[in-house]
Design a protein around this ligand. Sequence first.
Ligand code: AMP
Length: 181
Amino acid sequence: MSDAALIDLKETIRSIPDYPKTGIIFRDISTLIANGPAFRQAVRQLAEPFLDQKIDKIVGIEARGFIFGGAVADLLGVGFVPIRKQGKLPGAVVGQDYELEYGVDRIELHKDAIAPGERVLLLDDLIATGGTASAGVDLLAHVGAQLVATAFVIDLPDLKGADLLRGKGVMVHSLVAFEGL
Ligand code: AMP
């Protein structure tokens, strides 16, 4: 992609203060994906470092990770595997709890969705504290996947989620960063 043609993706993401609660700025990718050229650019930039990485599967985290994950899987010509919230997948699953500010949540992956040793890329729209992505990394380790990298449209670096993943030896690719919460 030549620089001249590049869209500033940050400009296409809507920021909504005090949602879902006071003090949080919600980074809304619905305005990015409604913009055809911006969506296409985001998908290409997510996939770009992995074009020659022999990826077998894209793993996307519910729900916004599905939007980008399906498109990146199509671009790379590989399969897509969903990680879902507890109780949504119909087959036998492996699950992983992760901490929320108040309480615990759980994500699940079909046990047979990834063969041991398959090379996977884990994708979500945004990384904040890294709790969700980190639980996804643990699930993938559980089924014996070879995690090539994680990729996000948005990083909130002040919340240190990307640092958390890098500390676990996981590569993190992201397209734009917003300071603050
Ligand atoms: P975390 O587990 O803290 O890294 O949070 C990541 C998940 O929460 C992602 O699936 C995001 O979609 C969502 N999320 C967290 N913070 C925000 C935010 N400020 N704006 C939009 N989505 C967010």
